[in-house]
Design a protein around this ligand. Structure first.
Ligand code: AMP
Length: 496
């Protein structure tokens, strides 16, 4: 998963500051690299690098990254080995000037890179799957412009019509498989955005009018738009493309024809609680997930004295769960926010140590108590195992564990960094044996149907979510065992 923002301001207004503010707001979606490309009416300006937004950008870039159109990106790599060369946004000046950033994953990237592109005399320079989207899109635009010229019409390459953009997006959908939402700009012409045919990845557009004119922004999460005062917000539909032309006229078209299946894991873990995704409040969903867990817990008949969330994501659900159970919710684990994510540490020993560095227990909240630890999910089980151990060390009388999402069992080929099945501890265990493995006195998972209902209540128009990581139902219908194996191989290689 990654995060992006693109901004199209009235002529003469630089967008860099707003883009950087936006990237800071979605830094949680990727801390590995950051980049911005702007367009000043004449050329692209770019700055990209490894690290957090505040590490990559400094004051001096404000003078250089001029322009009233721009695209920014924060990266969490799902493909590629974390090289600078893979940092987004990408841009090309030939055959047409296009800059682009995406969130998601191209599931047939290896095929495209090793076969499809070489057959067309194109060599992809990076390991970043966005390059595949970029070339297919740019090539299609170029071909259409040539075609228009060949047909003897009055059109020149100085024109890009909405139809050109829709055709280019159609061609991307036909060639590049997977789930990706994309923002970008065509040099001298305008800004575009599109959402994958099943709308798996989030993407939202906003509009802001001031005395200086109207600005448009498109971002991964609504929180980015809120921050900069974009009011007229709307999520892109599944398969929808947007084109904002050189006169700032907004065009839109649903290019895809698939049912909407937004990723449920965004609500469970990724997105900020203060975001709305497809009009569903992430915060409210997590509160409902906590309520549902409380009901399920009550059915076990096990009494607890306190609910302790694993920060940050489990906080909201822990509050509602504790309230429904009639017990206190306590911040018994204090997070050191300056320690990097445990999940992305290279090996298991490092990850375990890092859990302790990152989460410190307050003895008085554990001592002599029957403690229920609530987390959003259990992936490899390292966090849970270590926390149970720590709770016992601090004198807990009983240590119970609950995950407000069901067991993670299936790799995600759509951009969530869980693409190797070896990683899922739940694959090899029943819930009882997993409880023993993690060392807790009882383990409870959320029920899949309950989880879906909690999200759906926020927007009943969404009749299904992508729940593939829990139930193996891949909405795109093209995910084979071989493909999952090859993605797994790629991920494993990238981590070595
Ligand atoms: P683990 O220790 O491997 O079981 O990881 C579980 C923890 O990782 C949970 O506390 C989650 O909040 C977090 N988590 C879940 N999914 C992801 C993900 N795709 N990337 C990073 N962290 C995650």
């Amino acid at each position: 998963m990654c995060g992006f923002i693109s901004v199209y301001a009235p002529d003469g207004h630089d967008v860099l500051e707003e883009i950087l503010d936006g990237l800071l707001a979605i830094q949680h979606r990727g801390q590995d690299a950051a980049g911005v490309v702007t367009w000043d009416g004449d050329k692209f300006h770019a700055k990209k690098g490894l690290g957090l937004v505040r590490e990559v950008f400094s004051k001096k870039h404000a003078g250089r990254l001029k322009g009233h159109l721009g695209v920014g990106h924060v990266r969490y790599p799902t493909v590629g080995v974390g090289d600078d060369i893979d940092v987004q946004p990408f841009w090309i000046d030939f055959p047409v000037g296009v800059a682009m950033a995406h969130n998601g994953n191209v599931s047939n990237f290896q095929d495209l890179k090793n076969k499809w592109f070489p057959e067309r005399n194109v060599r992809l320079a990076s390991d970043c799957d966005l390059e595949a989207v970029l070339y297919v899109f740019a090539r299609s635009l170029f071909d259409q412009q040539n075609q228009a010229k060949a047909n003897g019409g009055s059109r020149t390459s100085a024109q890009v019509t909405p139809g050109d953009v829709w055709s280019a997006v159609r061609e991307v959908f036909a060639t590049v498989k997977g789930a990706y939402s994309v923002v970008g700009m065509i040099a001298g012409h305008g800004m575009f955005a599109f959402r994958d045919p099943f709308g798996i990845k989030p993407i939202i557009m906003g509009e802001r009018t001031t005395a200086e004119g109207t600005s448009y922004a498109v971002a991964s999460e609504s929180v980015v738009l809120d921050l900069s005062g974009y009011t007229g917000q709307r999520d892109l539909k599944a398969g929808e493309a947007i084109w904002i032309d050189s006169k700032q006229v907004v065009h839109s078209e649903v290019v895809g024809d698939k049912p909407h299946r937004p990723c449920i894991f965004e609500h469970v873990y990724f997105a900020r609680p203060d975001s709305l995704l497809d009009n569903i409040s992430v915060y409210k969903t997590r509160l409902r997930l906590g309520d549902a867990m409380a009901k399920a817990w009550q059915a076990t008949g096990i009494d607890v004295d306190v609910v302790i969330p694993v920060p940050e994501s489990a906080r909201s659900a822990a509050q509602s769960m504790a309230q429904a159970l009639g017990v206190p919710c306590r911040e018994g684990l204090v997070k050191n926010r300056y320690v990097g994510r445990t999940f992305i540490m290279a090996n298991t020993k490092e990850r375990r140590h890092s859990v302790r560095r990152k989460l410190n227990p307050i003895r008085l909240e554990f001592e002599g108590k029957r403690v229920l630890l609530l987390d959003d999910s259990i992936v490899r089980g390292n966090t849970a195992r270590e926390l149970v151990r720590m709770a016992r060390e601090k004198g807990a009388k009983k240590v119970y564990l609950a995950s407000y999402s069901p067991p993670l069992l299936h790799p995600c080929p759509y951009g969530i960094d869980m693409s190797t099945k070896r990683e899922f501890i739940a694959r090899n265990h029943s819930t009882e044996s997993l409880a023993a493995e993690l060392g807790c006195d009882f383990l409870l998972y959320q029920d899949l149907a309950d989880m879906v209902e909690c999200a759906q209540q926020g927007n009943p128009m969404i009749d299904r979510f992508c729940t593939a990581c829990f139930d193996g139902n891949y909405p795109t219908g093209d995910i084979t065992g071989d493909l999952l194996d090859s993605i797994e191989e790629e991920r494993t290689r990238a981590r070595v």
